[in-house]
Design a protein around this ligand. Structure first.
Ligand SMILES: [Ca+2]
Length: 122
């Protein structure tokens, strides 16, 4: 993705390797670790504020405010202004085309499960 700092490129390159080692379920767990690094600890979601505050830890400290905001916009599938765990995972997949190609099946399964969960809850 154009405009993303060097650190995230390395992170993206790592994802297919992690995917190969861990399989789909393990990969999702790794992505969720990334989510927990970036999230607002009190709210349990990623907000623009928590992203700005924590992105340095992910090697994203070169990202401009506008780039952070566009990551939020791109990832926010249900338009509630924050990134849930699943939205973050989907965003990470989308930022890594190779991973997306390799793992589309896993992602669909995970999303399917998430949708089912939401239906059951409400
Ligand atoms: Ca959202």
């Amino acid at each position: 993705m154009a405009g993303i700092g060097k650190g995230s490129v390395e992170f993206e390159d790592l994802l297919p390797v992690i995917a190969g080692k861990l399989g789909g379920e393990g990969l999702i767990k790794e992505l969720c670790k990334g989510f927990r690094l970036l999230m607002d600890k009190e709210k349990g979601v990623i907000t623009l504020e928590s992203l700005r505050r924590n992105s340095a830890m992910m090697g994203l400290q070169d990202l401009k405010e506008e780039e952070l905001a566009s990551m939020m916009r791109e990832g926010d599938l249900d338009s509630d202004g924050v990134l849930s765990e699943m939205e973050f995972c989907v965003l990470m997949f989308r930022l890594s085309p190779q991973l997306m190609k390799d793992s589309w099946f896993w992602l669909q399964q995970a999303m399917h499960q998430e949708l089912n969960n939401n239906v059951t809850k409400s």
